[in-house]
Design a protein around this ligand. Sequence first.
Ligand code: PGA
Length: 256
Amino acid sequence: MNRRYRKTIIAGNWKMNKTPAEAKTLIADIKTAVGKQKWCDVVLCVPFVDIANAVKAAKDSRIAIGAENMHFEKSGAFTGEISADMLKELGVKYVIIGHSERRQYFAETDNTVNLKIKAALEAGLRPIVCVGETLEQREAGITEEHIAMQIKLALAGITAEQLRKIVIAYEPIWAIGTGKTATSEQAQEVCAHIRTVIRNLYGARLARAITVQYGGSMNAKNAAELLAQPDVDGGLIGGASLKAGDFALIVEAANQ
Ligand code: PGA
């Protein structure tokens, strides 16, 4: 973290967990457990059907609600899809774009990621853009190249002004849901690399200001060490965001 230049953001990603009624209870618990965090922003990205309850439950707290996906078109014949304007109207502030599970199971490409980022920004939502390498890519020594390419394609046509609204999440695919966290050195190395890629595209000032999160088995035990790295500005947390106590401990680690 480097609070002098950028915001620390701790975001939960509930994935396909919790019904609307369960969401209400969990957010009430998180609200109590998290208290009045001063130094970081807290976001909960929840399933579409939970959003209305989540926004209500998070009212009068510093917890912002996010979505886990969206479509890039404004409206039309896209059965089963949700637009950015629909999310915005419900009170959503953030949206995860290009999560590796979306890329892997739902055929999202760097191109759809780019279109979704543009549509989210246009609707006034803040995209949390996910990038990350597979174990195979890491072992082949092409992590940095792969991530640079994902970022360049994701941000194609995005202006400097728009970049200010974007959060990037570095999520090594081999660390997601596996309990196998990247070491703090590995997380730092790639988050710093992401900042270098942004510097080359947008200059030093914007690179210094962008929030780069780490995600992949971040939990109450390893959060402090990961967040102590200078280029790790927060976390995108799956499993541990479903337990109010654990999530609150991660937020607390970000407030140290
Ligand atoms: P995890 O998921 O914390 O359960 O590994 C992180 C993510 O997929 O965003």
